[in-house]
Design a protein around this ligand. Structure first.
Ligand code: KIV
Ligand code: ZN
Length: 552
């Protein structure tokens, strides 16, 4: 099997854990399952599904991923390893094990900081105590699970000599993967490569373990550092889709995978990733987290394969490799072809969606077909990208507390923009409200606010056309801030224990429609629903509503 091949680099995806820690990137449990299925299809070797000890919801999300995706035998492929993160405490490690043990290949990932600043101020522990805790906790994890990963947090700013000792103890206690995080994105490629080479040369027992690298992008060096670590001997790369993650993000999966692929003569290494799935997963993660992909983002940005300058276009016409180092179809970036139209039937739609990885019941296909027909009436040709936007919107709507039943807006240069919104509430009741605003979006959001009644501040609002053309489907992402003031509510620590300030959380929402005001209302409602669910502001969330459409 490729995994024993010394030239094989394991791809450890942490979109659902480190990626979900990006401000506002919170995904519902059902969205996480869909992302996990898409990651399995992409061919990741390991999937870090979350941090089970963080909350009952996190635990349940990891357990579901372990159960549903950790046993998927898709197209004869082994299911991925499902990993749960744990601090180096009995309680966290036990929770991680309880959540992942149902997977065919479970892994516990435990960590403890090793840099002087973290040991002194955060942990308030001596180096000797750190070494002892690592040995004990890795041994405990290993008593539960055969596959244990250990990370010395902030390794990038740790003393290499101390790392050799800590890592040696972790290996003795049973760790099978040693992950080296540049937690604050501080190192340069040269330094990070040397750190990995030093660990490989000086850590007792390292020949029996896999070295992994985990870089953050604070200086924009995450991909370069990861590749330097791989060149120095690491055989696992920890990455996220679109590079999302804490602060400036993590190393992006697509950049590392396509670097290894495109520059194979340089690295001589390979991964198990099906690169043609990259674009699809990128869009899905962007939609669910409501974090747009910057147009010039390498590999997955809208302009990544666009050639604008005359000289470039001329070169491309003569030979595509004059300005193109990889073909767009290699990463699934050619989804603008016509796939369906007004006269396509339900069977054709279902078949196309199955080919794209979605599985639906008859009932669900009826609803999706209804929206497809509405779209086809307004838009001449429907592409894969349109279907993808429609499906992520549908899946989001299907499990929301409030759904948009109807929206009527009047606006223009004369008169007052007015919106009437009709929502179906969690109790199945219809609620209607009309409001005026400074523009149609403001009026629509105000009408929705009057019904839902959750106080938020709109931070970001972005509209994008899914495809080219005047009749394109519009995609809207919004980001809202909710200030959690009630300490006794289920919103966890409402007040920062150090500063005493009320904790603010951001949530995103995504909507798609050929009418951008409707798309905006859908996106706003999706964000409000996340606020309600994540902060326990609504009792009795209908559980069955979380299951409506599942991606294969
Ligand atoms: O960045 C980091 O140090 C982490 C660890 C938990 C691996 O995410
Ligand atoms: Zn990290």
């Amino acid at each position: 099997m490729a995994i024993h091949d010394p030239n094989y680099v394991r791809i450890f995806d942490t979109t659902l854990r480190d990626g979900e820690q990006s401000p506002g990137a919170t995904m519902t449990s059902a969205e996480k399952i869909e992302v996990a299925r898409a990651l399995a299809r992409l061919g990741v070797d390991v999937m870090e599904a979350g941090f089970p000890a963080a909350s009952p919801d996190d635990f349940e999300a990891v357990r579901r991923v372990a159960q549903e995706v950790g046993n998927l035998q898709d197209e004869g492929r082994e299911p991925p390893i499902i990993c749960g993160l744990a601090r180096a405490t009995d309680k966290d490690i036990q929770a991680a094990w309880n959540a992942v043990k149902v997977a065919k290949h479970p892994r516990i990932h435990t960590f403890l900081a090793t840099s002087p600043i973290h040991m002194q101020y955060k942990l308030r522990m001596d180096p000797e105590e750190v070494v002892e805790r690592v040995a004990n906790m890795v041994a405990f994890a290993r008593s539960l699970c055969e596959d244990v990963e250990f990370s010395p947090e902030d390794a990038g700013r740790s003393d290499p000599e101390f790392l050799y000792v800590v890592l040696g103890e972790a290996i003795k206690a049973g760790a099978t993967t040693l992950n080296i995080p540049d937690t604050v994105g501080y190192t340069t490629p040269d330094e990070f490569g040397k750190l990995i080479a030093g660990i490989k040369a000086n850590t007792p027992g390292i020949e029996n373990a896999i070295i992994s690298v985990h870089c953050h992008n604070d200086l924009g060096l995450a991909t370069a550092n990861t590749l330097a670590g791989i060149a120095a001997g690491a055989r696992q790369a920890e990455v996220t889709i679109n590079g999302i993650g804490e602060r400036a993000g993590n190393t992006s999966l697509e950049e590392v995978v396509m670097s290894l692929y495109t520059r194979k003569p340089v690295f001589g290494l390979e991964t198990g990733i099906d690169t043609t799935q990259i674009m699809r997963v990128s869009r899905m993660v962007s939609n669910y987290t409501s974090i747009p992909v910057q147009p010039n983002k390498a590999i997955v940005g809208a302009n990544a394969f666009a050639h604008e300058a005359g000289i470039h276009q001329d070169g491309m016409l003569k030979h595509s490799q004059t300005y193109e180092i990889m073909r767009p179809e290699l990463v699934g970036a050619t989804q603008s072809r016509l796939v369906l139209g007004k006269h396509s039937g339900r069977a054709a739609l279902r078949q196309r969606l199955v080919e794209m990885g979605y599985q639906m019941t008859d009932e669900e296909i009826v609803r999706v077909f209804e929206r497809f027909k509405q779209l086809a009436d307004r838009k001449k040709t429907i592409t894969d990208a349109d279907l993808e936007a429609l499906m992520t919107d549908e899946m989001g709507q299907a499990r929301e507390l409030y759904t948009l039943d109807a929206l009527q807006v009047t606006c223009g240069s004369i008169g007052m923009p007015t919106a009437s919104a009709r929502l179906r509430g969690p109790d199945g009741q219809i609620h209607t409200h009309a409001a005026i605003g400074t523009g149609p979006v403001h009026a629509a959001f105000t009408a929705i606010d009057e019904i839902v009644g959750v106080p938020v501040t709109l931070l970001e609002f972005a509209v994008n056309a899914v495809t080219e053309g005047i009749d394109a489907l519009g995609e809207v992402t919004v980001r809202v801030r909710y200030i959690c003031e009630d300490d006794s509510a289920e919103c966890g620590d409402a007040v920062n224990p150090q500063s005493g300030a009320a904790i603010q959380r951001t949530y995103g929402g995504h909507g798609a429609d050929s009418d951008i005001i409707v798309a905006s209302a859908r996106a706003y409602l999706a964000a409000l629903n996340k606020v309600l669910i994540a902060n326990g502001l609504y009792d009795g969330i209908p559980e069955q509503s979380a299951e409506t459409v599942v991606a294969k």
